[in-house]
Ligand binder design. Structure first.
Ligand code: ZN
Length: 134
């Protein structure tokens, strides 16, 4: 057994996670939930719903029809707006697959509609927007 002393450790600037290498720490800081760059107001908000999102694949089926895949998306009942998470932008997905995020807005950092109370008056999902089920 070796006792390691005086080792260099790196700590995230935003939370207190520690890593052995600078690269690992930088990678973590980039996606750290405590990094203000990654903040969004929708967490715990009653108006945020998981909804189905249809993504047209570049491939077609035997009949030449485009293959539609169902994915999980987000919808704000208060704003009546489809949303995508901050992580999608951070990972560069929004630039890479703009058609996947068409008509959607990034989850806001601050929101005047944010509510966690169960008594909130819940607007309906508009027609055509379906709640996501696994
Ligand atoms: Zn962190």
């Amino acid at each position: 057994m070796k006792k390691l002393i005086n080792q260099t450790r790196y700590r995230c600037d935003f939370c207190r996670k520690e890593y052995c290498t600078e690269a690992a720490t930088a990678r973590h800081e980039h996606r750290c939930g405590s990094n203000p760059q990654n903040e969004f107001a929708c967490g715990c908000c009653v108006f945020l719903k998981e909804v189905e999102k249809e993504i047209e694949s570049e491939y077609t089926d035997y009949n030449g029809e485009p293959i539609i895949r169902k994915k999980r998306g987000f919808f704000c009942l208060s704003k009546q707006q489809r949303l995508y998470p901050v992580s999608a932008e951070r990972k560069g997905l929004v630039d890479k697959y703009p058609e996947t995020f068409e008509g959607e807005e990034i989850m806001p950092k601050e929101c005047s509609s944010w509510d966690f109370s169960k008594r909130a008056v819940m607007p309906e999902l508009p027609t055509g927007v379906v709640e996501y089920t696994k």
